[in-house]
Design a protein around this ligand. Structure first.
Ligand code: SF4
Ligand code: SF4
Ligand code: FES
Length: 487
């Protein structure tokens, strides 16, 4: 392990590390644009320059591409270093429009941050800025502002090295250099394309759904887990901070998913997610079921629960179809309360949609449910022919979550249905109970590798909605009065 000295402090570096890696691991800050820990090193932005102390006055070199050598002495913030970074920023912003006031990256832009740290002065150039394409449709999801692009090539390398679509490239030379997609539409079909928005160090690559929707400092990231497949990628769900609530007539404006970004997790998804997680608003913002019902007629929650409890007490051969979107905590609550009364089978709440990538070698898994592993550790899977789950004298089925066709239920069995969404089946159940979604409660999922990831509530659950665990507790308690507190 070579020992090096950063700003006079001894650092034990790893063999084959660069100065950037050793400095970062030891907590020393060096700015960077083009370097990314998961991508190859192009060394093109030059902002990471550091001073190496040596004979003849030493020299300046880029930290991201300089290997450590024993005894090396590095200064990360000397006068020479600061002057070189200032000069570099003058070049980088030579043709930059500096339109931070209308840029979605403001608040997260390292160019803005480093400008104020190392430059802070207007351009010294007397020439007019060279203009480029201001609004280029890179895909149906992403818009490219070439004037803001600093040509770090992170986006290009991402498609070559991570998503492997080779979908982006660099064309032309000098002031006319542009990032462009290849012509066969590979970027449009890259299921990981939105990661380039996150890794673009400036506001050149922007999400169309999020374009000019909110300043990021008005939003709060809540740690969550993508339920889009059994990988269970760790994510942040961004939504409006309560102190920055919009005075809007539409209350949903303050309780909506504004954007989704990856939450780095080395054991699950690294720093990446697929586009399905970015589109979770489309899943969670479907019309909600908020009224408990008996045979399609709205009733109070305690009346619906009392009805379900009666059906359960009378049932001789009840079957439960367990949700693969249920959290570990909900599964434990079910197992500890009413599960012993049922023959239980785990169903798939969601299947792959038409046109969706079903499985790949990167992250995407064929099972489109986040907690199949934990559910199947407790209960057997639903047979391939779902009708095989029901004995001839089955007289009650508890259906928990989406994804099961009511046409496959035994015709004479009574149905207790727990679901979050407004769907026609709700009215066909004997008892319907509207339950919360994972964005309205905390919990954990266990992915197919056995890694447990936690998620937190983003929003309050709507009036009339209960947590499934509360339903199970209520159904296991004989006294009606104990459930009235849930209403
Ligand atoms: S668009 Fe962004 S990520 Fe791509 S080269 Fe330009 S600055 Fe870098
Ligand atoms: S790979 Fe699966 S869990 Fe990860 S973001 Fe995509 S759909 Fe979600
Ligand atoms: S981060 Fe080192 S040259 Fe860009």
């Amino acid at each position: 392990m070579p020992e090096i000295f950063i700003n006079g402090a001894a650092v034990q570096a790893e063999d084959n590390q660069t100065v950037m890696q050793a400095a970062k691991a030891a907590g020393h800050f060096i700015p960077y644009f083009c370097w990314h820990p998961q991508l190859s090193v192009p060394g093109n932005c030059r902002i990471c320059v550091v001073e190496v102390v040596g004979d003849g006055g030493g020299w300046l070199d880029i930290a991201c591409n300089m290997p450590v050598t024993p005894g090396m002495q590095v200064l990360t913030d000397s006068d020479k270093v600061r002057q070189r970074r200032k000069d570099t920023l003058q070049f980088i912003t030579l043709n930059h429009p500096v339109d931070c006031g209308i840029c979605d990256k403001a608040g997260e832009c390292t160019l803005q941050d480093y400008h104020y740290s190392y430059n802070g002065e207007p351009s010294v150039s007397r020439d007019a800025k060279v203009h480029a394409t201001k609004h280029y449709d890179l895909s149906s999801r992403i818009v490219l502002d070439n004037e803001r692009c600093i040509l770090c090539t992170r986006c290009v390398r991402f498609t070559r090295e991570i998503s492997k679509t080779n979908a982006l490239g660099v064309i032309d030379r000098g002031d006319h250099t542009l990032i462009r997609p290849v012509e066969d539409g590979a970027f449009e079909n890259d299921p990981y394309s939105d990661n380039v928005i996150d890794i673009c160090p400036v506001g050149a690559l922007l999400s169309k759904p999020f374009l000019h929707k909110a300043r990021v400092w008005y939003l709060k990231p809540t740690p969550s887990v993508c339920p889009g497949c059994e990988r269970g990628c760790n994510i942040n769900i961004w939504h409006r901070k309560s102190e920055w609530k919009l005075k809007s007539l539409d209350a949903k404006q303050n309780a909506r998913i504004d954007r989704v970004t990856p939450r780095e997790s080395p054991d699950v998804n690294g720093p990446w997610i697929c586009n399905k997680a970015r589109d979770l608003a489309q899943v969670f913002e479907r019309a909600r079921a908020v009224a408990p019902m008996i045979k399609g007629g709205p009733v109070a929650l305690d009346v619906a629960l009392a009805g379900a409890r009666r059906l359960l007490a009378l049932a001789k051969r009840p079957v439960a179809l367990v949700s693969s979107w249920a959290s570990n905590e909900e599964l434990a609550a079910f197992a500890a309360t009413i599960a012993p009364r049922f023959a239980c089978h785990v169903k798939s709440d969601q299947a792959a949609e038409v046109g969706e990538v079903v499985q790949d070698e990167i992250l995407i898994r064929a099972d489109k449910n986040p907690n199949t592993a934990a559910a199947r550790a407790l209960f057997p899977a639903l047979p391939a022919d779902p009708k095989g789950a029901f004995p001839a004298d089955c007289d009650l089925v508890l259906v928990w979550g989406e994804g099961f066709s009511f046409a496959d239920l035994p015709p004479k069995a009574r149905i207790v249905y727990l679901n979050s969404w407004l769907q026609p089946e709700n009215g066909h159940a004997d008892i319907f109970l509207p339950i919360s979604t994972m964005t309205e409660r905390g919990g954990h999922y266990t992915n197919f590798l056995g890694v447990v990831s936690g998620f937190e509530a983003c929003f309050a659950r709507p009036a009339g909605v209960v947590d499934a665990a509360e339903v199970f507790n209520a159904l296991s308690v004989p006294e009606v009065t104990t459930v009235q507190a849930l209403a």
